[in-house]
Design a protein around this ligand. Sequence first.
Ligand SMILES: [Zn+2]
Length: 229
Amino acid sequence: MKFLTIKRRTLCVILVSVILICSVVGVCYVVRATSSPKALYTIVIDAGHGGKDGGAVGKETGVTESYLNLQYSLALKNLCEQYGFKVVLTRSDMNGLYSPFASNKKRSEMEKRRQIIEGTNPDIVVSIHMNSYQSSQTRGAQVFYADGSESGQVLADKVQLVLNKNVEYAKKTAKTGDYYILNCTENPSILIECGFLSNPEEEALLQDKEYMQNFCYNVLCGILLYFLF
Ligand SMILES: [Zn+2]
């Protein structure tokens, strides 16, 4: 009986996954086929850190978070544009967003990000980061949203759901996070910690181009679920 129960449950999980994937893929094609020159939705993609602020650093390879954040943001932008979204990046190169004359560079940089979001007034904001922790065992992607933001939570839940289904070690649930980028505007915003640079295996995976493409495709699927369901 137990075997049967497990089997039935496994079948259910597979069936639900297939339905989910089919509907997302189907929707992707519908969006692609019906996308007009004028985009329906605008997304701000925010690559965290930049300039002198490299963020977390991979211990094995010395790769910086700011570099990977930019690579993931550019890959996600490319995918989102293919599916008809208008995308605005907060930064498109390795330069910092702070004013060179600012005494407090962090504040200046965050202020610039807020200005770009406010000037764009996007439907959603997706901020890209890489995580780090003292324990090298900790790994897995996690999505954060501002406490009290209903739409932010819906978006975070959808993206986390797809990541959890398709990206190994991705966490089960999205979490609230007290981050400036999530709190600085009313626009539905999420921050994705794509993985841990403090975990050697994940540090290597995060730099793999195929892994990055697959990861960003799953983020896109989560975004599509948010807009279309
Ligand atoms: Zn970061």
